[in-house]
Design a binder for this molecule. Structure first.
Ligand SMILES: Cc1cc2nc3c(=O)[nH]c(=O)nc-3n(C[C@H](O)[C@H](O)[C@H](O)COP(=O)(O)O)c2cc1C
Length: 347
């Protein structure tokens, strides 16, 4: 095998934004990069569609010029599709390819796509080999802890990936069957990091600067990957890099929303065709942004995930704060209108 040192180095010591369908749209990735995300990736793209030359996937392959390194994530159920999809994806010149063996969605796994491969080690091996055969690009393999709690096999999967020439493993510490019901299991992530020589990125429940420092100290992971934490507070990257929690004021939170709006309008257009798309994405993101709660010491006793999964329902007194905490659709529409009218704190 050729010397893959440089390819592997790409994945050392990184704070990465996770691949995310919808949430990982180009302007949102740009926002996260501005806050300090060091690596970003496309949304999941089905390899067989790329292989067929479908043009609908093309927008998903695009990166912003500020996104470097940038990966393209593909998923397939069969080695031939994975190989052909990898060839097309590589021709778009990403900095690396990400192979998705984590997607839990029923319609996907029924077709052998995503996490389904965790039940078929030989198939997983053949799919990684097929991608490796068509490109020298750095190759990241994304897995989960396993299919179910009775079938936790991430170490075996990671060894297969390493054998087949993967340059890095990203592991989400939950099984397919758990979805988000349990906290991510960082002990299985630690085992994977011990088991292979290539860099391992740990993924699951990174919400506070202390989460990253603790996992880096306690495991041999070479970096962390952040998904929901970045959807709730894109400034998490600033926190993770500085090691300090940031409490944005209400005006600063509006500023973050406006920055996203501006970049989304630049990307999708602010005309009759573009603006409704910007609105759809903006409202989608509000579904996560409103869950943000400032972290205070009193919360320290609570587990980290409780910040995401349970709502701190103490209603703030200030009506402007209250609006940003609201999960009601009418309030989200009001926020959107006020943004358009520049009628908000800090405008
Ligand atoms: C809205 C959303 C979309 C996602 N889409 C993808 C995807 O396209 N590809 C992928 O590998 N993982 C996807 N994931 C999973 C995340 O990358 C990540 O593995 C998971 O959310 C655990 O990280 P977290 O605890 O930081 O959220 C998605 C997660 C969310 C919340």
């Amino acid at each position: 095998m050729s010397d893959r040192t440089t390819a592997r180095d790409l994945f050392r010591d990184v704070i990465a934004l996770a691949p995310m369908a919808t949430g990982g749209n180009l302007p949102y990735r740009r926002l996260c990069r501005e806050f300090g995300a060091e690596m970003s990736c496309s949304e999941m793209i089905l390899a067989h569609k790329l292989a067929k030359g479908s043009r609908r996937e093309l927008p998903l392959l695009r990166r912003h010029e500020g996104e470097s390194p940038f990966g393209i994530q593909i998923a397939a159920g069969k080695p031939a599709a994975m190989g052909e999809g990898a060839r097309v994806a590589a021709s778009h010149e990403p900095d690396y390819l990400d192979l998705n063996f984590g997607c839990p969605i029923d319609v996907m796994v029924r077709r052998g796509i995503g996490a389904a491969a965790l039940k078929r080690p030989a198939r997983l091996r053949a799919m990684i080999a097929a991608a490796r055969a068509v490109t020298d690009l750095p190759l990241l393999v994304k897995i989960r802890a396993g299919w179910s709690e009775k079938k936790v096999n991430a170490v075996e999967m990671a060894r297969i990936a390493e054998d087949e020439g993967a340059d890095s493993i990203s592991i989400h510490g939950r099984t397919r069957e758990q979805r988000y019901r349990r906290d991510a299991d960082w002990s299985i992530i630690a085992e994977v990091a011990d088991a292979v020589d290539i860099p391992v990125l740990g993924n699951g429940d990174i919400l506070l600067p202390g989460d990253r420092t603790r996992h880096l100290a306690e495991t041999r992971v070479s970096g962390v990957v952040v998904a929901r934490g970045a959807l709730i507070k894109p400034w998490i990257f600033r926190e993770l890099r500085s090691g300090e929690v940031w409490h944005p004021s209400t005006a600063e939170r509006w500023g973050v929303m406006r920055r996203y709006f501006d970049m989304a309008a630049e990307h999708f257009g602010d005309d009759e065709k573009g603006l409704p798309r910007v609105e759809r994405f903006f409202l989608w993101h509000l579904g996560f942004w409103h869950r943000y709660r400032p972290y205070v010491d009193a919360d320290q006793a609570a587990s980290d995930t409780s910040l995401i999964q349970q709502r701190n329902d103490a209603v703030p007194e200030d009506p402007e704060d209250r609006l940003l905490y609201s999960g009601r659709e009418e309030d989200h529409e009001l926020i959107w209108r006020r943004l358009l009218d520049k009628d908000h704190p800090g405008a």
